[in-house]
Write a protein that binds this ligand. Structure first.
Ligand SMILES: *Cc1c(COP(=O)(O)O)cnc(C)c1O
Length: 396
């Protein structure tokens, strides 16, 4: 018997049945015109989710990490200067990748739990009067700490300093779950992956690329072949792919976007914000706090819960998996053991979320933490009841 709980890791996320079925398709000759019927709706859907006015959508058989690499190697050359802030495991890993590619990194260190520091970014751009910085990297949603950064603010910093650097945004754990405005924020490359907000199995890197970034690829000399945007765009123009595409995943992507749009993207974003708020209320009732330093930084897709002194977040994650068959996220890097993470993104209902909060509480009780069973669940129930759609909210 298959007895499957929902997962509460911040990716991969729960897969809707309709999406699983859409991925499961007979072999299709990707060189036949039939492929375009699968490919085109997926690409068009991504444009809408990213809010792209122009440029190209690139789908690569890869994951978010491959999307980072594709962004760098298609637009930059060895020794190019790149500005990035480091405030968590994912911002760190992208910086590490840049260094391994021989890019000249200007790194702004910020405490884990903070977001991209706008004033320091603006100061760094202003100081670079020779315009040596070719790209600014930003992690929209730092999945390690549950921190959202202000991408519009980074765009303002670029504009007010008149700096021509490209803006590359890691939206792997935000796109499809939190508002994203590629056109409005002037993002040159947005990177997403299939297994988070898009509720698919892992296997696709999903990128939005601006005309400016497409122009940069003509001069970029970092080595790339499998991820070369030039091959991709040439093949796309004739409805094809430069090599064998993961057709099932691409079909699933079109279905996933259909589901998101059926619910309405604004409703999807509101649902995520609501689940995040319910989770934080439970966290407060447990006498704990989110790792994100201030409310403006709270992520709508993942809450990193700071556990009390003397407790170990990894113990809770291990126990939840071994005893209750439920997956939460461990703390990574600097916050290993100090936090555990509740992913609340993708296909999730009120009832599913409550089951996760209830199991987290059972684990806390099992571990002898000073938390009363039901305390977090009760405040989450209350909030979910009150905030469930207009009629109930009006009656409250
Ligand atoms: C998950 C994640 C990644 C890495 O993506 P993979 O698909 O695991 O390669 C990168 N950035 C962020 C913010 C993520 O949450």
């Amino acid at each position: 018997m298959s007895m499957q709980n929902p997962v509460f890791i911040p990716g991969p996320t729960n897969i809707p049945e309709e999406v699983r079925k859409a991925c499961d398709m007979p072999t299709l000759d990707h060189r036949s015109p039939k492929f375009a019927n699968v490919f085109k709706p997926a690409v068009a859907g991504v444009r809408r989710v990213l809010n792209m006015a122009e440029g190209e959508v690139i789908l690569l058989p890869s994951t978010g990490t491959g999307g980072w690499e594709a962004a760098l190697t298609n637009t930059l050359s060895s020794g190019n200067k790149v500005l990035a802030a480091r405030f968590g495991m994912f911002s760190h890993r992208w910086i590490d990748m840049c260094q391994r590619h021989g890019l000249d990194m200007q790194i702004i260190e910020a405490p884990w739990g903070e977001g991209a520091p706008l004033a320091a970014i603006e100061a760094a751009l202003r100081a670079d009067s020779a315009h040596e910085i070719k790209a600014v990297l930003a992690t929209h949603n730092e999945t390690a700490t549950g921190v959202k950064s202000d991408i519009a603010g980074i765009r303002r910093a670029l504009d007010t300093t008149g700096h021509p650097a490209m803006l590359f945004v890691d939206g792997v754990s935000s796109i499809g779950s939190m508002p994203f405005d590629m056109a409005g924020w002037g993002v040159d490359i947005a990177v997403a992956g299939s297994q988070k907000g898009f509720m698919l199995p892992a296997g696709l890197a999903i990128l939005g690329v601006s005309p400016k970034a497409l122009a940069a690829m003509e001069h970029a000399t970092l080595p790339r072949t499998f991820f070369d945007f030039r091959d991709m765009t040439k093949a796309y123009a004739v409805g094809g792919f430069p090599y064998t595409p993961p057709v099932g995943l691409i079909a699933g992507l079109a279905k996933s976007i259909e589901l998101l749009e059926e619910e309405g993207l604004d409703a999807v974003y509101a649902r995520h914000a609501r689940f995040a708020e319910a989770t934080r209320r439970a966290v407060a009732a447990w006498g704990m706090r989110p790792c994100a330093a201030t409310p403006d930084l709270y992520s709508a897709t993942v809450t990193a819960v700071v556990v009390p002194e003397g407790c170990n977040g990894t113990d809770l994650v291990s126990l939840a998996a071994s005893k209750y068959g439920m997956a939460f996220g461990v703390g990574l890097g600097e916050v290993a053991g100090k936090v555990f993470r509740i992913g609340h993104l993708g296909m999730l209902t009120d009832a599913m979320l409550l089951s996760g909060l209830a199991v987290a509480e059972m684990c806390m009780a099992d571990l002898g933490w000073d938390v009363r069973l039901g305390s977090g669940v009760a405040v989450a129930q209350d909030y979910l009841r009150q905030s469930h759609g207009a009629p109930l909210a009006a009656a409250a």
